[in-house]
Design a protein around this ligand. Structure first.
Ligand SMILES: Cc1ncc(COP(=O)(O)O)c(C=O)c1O
Length: 427
């Protein structure tokens, strides 16, 4: 019998009939870059292979979790071993103790942690915990930061909401967002003003300490420090949402690297090594308010799932042992230097911003890129053309101007050179 040829195009046709927009997460739909989505069938190291059999060097890394690249042997073996022992028990398991101890040893200010199943869940729980701990309702967040898809955090959110041009989602009752203040990223004065007027009502200020959901935006000197002191003074909690940055910029959190200790930290992505996971942790005094010790409820059938933990534990151990971070940062800087040089020599409005092994190529002129308003100066149509040219040249990037690209420990100098050579043609 002749086997039916499967291609991304044919899969998408079938998917559109049964899955809204043909996708299970909006940015995958390629709306902002045009064309139809690519269906990946296999990943190995730095490469992915689509349903049509085309090979790409991958710089999306499943949106961040795959800091070791695809299907790293030790991680796969850890998953196989865990799965063979049973996929889920709904009971306590040894790996959750191991993970809590590992996280605490790599980030000592995570005095207690709770594992959940996604970054969204981690943030929802952290916010509820902050509210329960402080007895206050208000939240301060920053324009263009994305913290998952809980109702009250879909105000001025980044990531897919920017890509789709949705500033906040339908279906979110106004009551859900009434308690949320929004301030521009890096706007110390703005945050001071909000705290001056409402500080005593604010349960938590939540921030991506390096923003990755409007493209890469770094904190300016003093920004995170001022959030730390404002929240401390007013008795509200500081939450660092490190779902992207946790274990991405060093074998620890960004908070630990920059010397600012938040009250709570949310994690996801890398701590699951590519499996569904989330975690929150912080001061024991606060964490002890979670059920069953305290009155703040959180639960999950698959929370602390042993197979996901096996992948996460193995990933963290490898990161600790191998410390690939200086190499990742060096590779990103090489890309930045090439983009900067092209911008100057060819007079093109393009610039590359990097932090460690994370980077975004922005299609903009000389505008500083400190907050969402400035990021919106970018030419998304140019980015779309660039993205498609990179695809044609075998490079898979995150499919939106408002996202970050990731270099993994599996990328070699040759892969970075391939990226640079594709970039030179595409730009
Ligand atoms: C900073 C940040 N927080 C939270 C989330 C939500 O995580 P998840 O997609 O696992 O629910 C994301 C997802 O990209 C994120 O980037």
């Amino acid at each position: 019998m002749k086997s039916k040829k499967i291609s991304s195009a044919s899969l998408f046709k079938r998917a559109e009939k049964l899955i809204p927009g043909g996708v299970n997460s909006p940015v995958r739909a390629f709306k902002s870059v045009g064309g139809s989505p690519i269906y990946m069938k296999k990943g190995q190291g730095a490469y992915v292979f689509d349903a049509d059999g085309k090979k790409y060097t991958d710089f999306c890394a499943s949106w961040g979790p795959l800091v070791l690249g695809h299907a790293r042997q030790e991680v796969v073996e850890a998953v196989q071993e865990a799965a063979a022992d049973g996929m889920s028990f709904g009971t306590c398991t040894p790996r959750e103790v191991e993970m809590a101890e590992l996280l605490n040893s790599m980030v000592p200010y995570l005095e207690m942690v709770r594992m959940v199943t996604s970054g969204t869940e981690a943030v929802m729980t952290a916010i509820r915990l902050a509210r329960g701990f402080t007895g206050r309702n208000k939240i301060l967040k920053f324009d263009g930061c994305y913290h998952g898809h809980a109702d009250y955090l879909l105000v001025s959110a980044g990531s897919g909401l920017l890509t789709g041009g949705i500033s906040s989602s339908a279906g979110v009752p106004s009551g859900a967002v009434n308690d949320v203040f929004v301030c521009a990223y890096n706007d110390i004065r703005g945050a001071e003003n909000i705290f001056a007027r409402h500080g005593k009502d604010i349960a938590a200020v939540i921030v991506e300490p390096v923003a990755g959901n409007m493209g890469l935006v770094k904190p300016e000197p003093g920004f995170l420090e001022s959030l730390r002191s404002l929240s401390k003074k007013s008795g509200s909690l500081l939450i660092f949402d490190e779902v992207i940055t946790g274990f991405r910029l060093g074998p620890t959190t960004y908070g630990k690297l920059c010397g600012i200790t938040p009250d709570l930290t949310t994690l996801g992505k890398i701590v699951g090594g590519g499996m569904p996971i989330g975690a929150l942790g912080g001061k024991a005094e606060i964490m002890k308010k979670l059920a069953p010790l305290g009155p703040v409820y959180q639960a999950g059938t698959l929370s602390g799932n042993p197979v996901a933990l096996a992948a996460g534990i193995e990933t963290l151990k490898i990161l600790r042992k191998e410390n690939p971070y200086p190499r990742l940062a060096k590779f990103a800087k090489k890309i930045v230097a090439v983009v900067d040089d092209m911008a100057v020599r060819k007079g093109i409005g393009v610039k590359c911003v990097s932090e460690g092994g994370m980077f975004t190529i922005f299609f903009t002129g000389n505008t500083p890129l400190r907050n969402l308003d400035e990021i919106k100066s970018c030419d998304t149509a140019k980015f779309a053309k660039f993205f498609r040219k990179m695809l044609d040249n075998g490079i898979y990037m995150s499919p939106s101007q408002y996202e970050v690209d990731f270099i993994s420990a599996a990328h070699s100098e040759k892969d970075i050179d391939a990226f640079i050579s594709a970039l030179k043609t595409a730009i």
